[in-house]
Design a protein around this ligand. Sequence first.
Ligand code: SF4
Length: 145
Amino acid sequence: MHGKGGQIAIKGEKYLALLDKYGVFEGVNFYGEHLKEMLAGDFSRPWKCLGGFKFLYVTAAGTIQWCAQQRGVAFDLMSATPERLQTNNVHKPCEAGCSLGCVRMVSHTLGEPLKTFGASVKLAIGMSKPKAKACSPDQKTPAPV
Ligand code: SF4
């Protein structure tokens, strides 16, 4: 859903209709209205990205970044302290139009726990439901439609 820099890469009625019909993944419920606005081209709703503070993106080299798309702020994982992480508890210049679902889910859940309580309950109920059984090796893969 996002392009380079984390900004939403799609917009328009077509995608709004697809979202309405199929949804995305449960995590989107934490910012569902905002996603609809972004798909309509409106990036004005404020929010706070907790990347680098409550959400940590750790690279193969062992550095912490705000997220996979923003590499400007990076420091060694082993030097992370609560105080160092706290310095990332700031508004980011790339928040408007950001559609990095994993960071947004964590940011809305932990940053706005009361506002997102309903989405948290929905997610917890969904996780507690029995999962569909995996195919056994002797079952044939269904033909593509
Ligand atoms: S707002 Fe946060 S998650 Fe989105 S691109 Fe910027 S740093 Fe990454």
